[in-house]
Ligand binder design. Sequence first.
Ligand SMILES: Nc1ncnc2c1ncn2[C@@H]1O[C@H](COP(=O)(O)OP(=O)(O)OP(=O)(O)O)[C@@H](O)[C@H]1O
Ligand SMILES: [Mg+2]
Length: 262
Amino acid sequence: MKIAITGKGGVGKTTLTALLAQVWADRKREVLAVDADPSPCLAGALGFPSELRAGLRPVAEMDDLIYERTGARPGQVGGFFTINPRVDDIPERFSALHRGVRLLEMGAVDTGGSGCICPESAMLKTLFTHLLFRKDDVLLLDMYAGVEHLGRATVDFVDLMLVVVEPTRRSLGTAAQIRKLANDIGLQRLLLVGNKVRNPDEADFLAKESPGMPVLGILPHDPLVQEADRLGVAVYDYVPSLRKAAEGMADLLEQETALIER
Ligand SMILES: Nc1ncnc2c1ncn2[C@@H]1O[C@H](COP(=O)(O)OP(=O)(O)OP(=O)(O)O)[C@@H](O)[C@H]1O
Ligand SMILES: [Mg+2]
């Protein structure tokens, strides 16, 4: 299962990614969580200890490695470079593993722009293709906010996109843009996830106003989420209401995927 998590800024993409990652890790799946935000914070949401976080280096900053493997310097366009560099040792060297979740930080890399064949993108493409892997494994890609970066390179890696929204017209507007872009580049499976929902009226609003996407589930607004952040602990451990909702979504996603693969 390869899932990208998208949505407007601040809607809860990272929170949802961390929740789903831990749900599946606890179900003994191999989980690779990729933080595609140039200012990474998925490690915090997953409750990675600071020693582990300190050792993490973003893939995009590994200029020398990229040069060594692709024959080109990052940012270089044109010229010759290997389009299928060797990447099998990268996950071990540049990722960290905590409670069954393997985390990779991409750093500031341009995965958008369908025409981009710069070295970083060749590296990432090979990396992801290499990592993905067995049928039961899970890739969760925590995207950065908005729509501009949603190029073919990203969409090629995933088979499903979750679009997180708050119960506001603005975040639904962004969701509609994301849907159009994803459809344009060939990704049809998109599901909506409502977050920070305070009451049944808000849940109804999302279902009614969804821009043509089925609602996978709803995460309630819970003041414990911010408290977890302050304490530096994982929402998964600290906020039962969100954990339970995420477990329900994981169940549905497993069923969905099973149906499609049949
Ligand atoms: N269900 C919730 N209840 C209350 N607060 C929440 C909930 N979900 C997320 N938040 C809060 O909303 C803020 C944004 O959450 P998060 O970082 O997950 O969003 P994001 O979409 O990843 O943001 P960004 O676009 O900056 O990457 C955080 O302060 C988080 O604590
Ligand atoms: Mg985020």
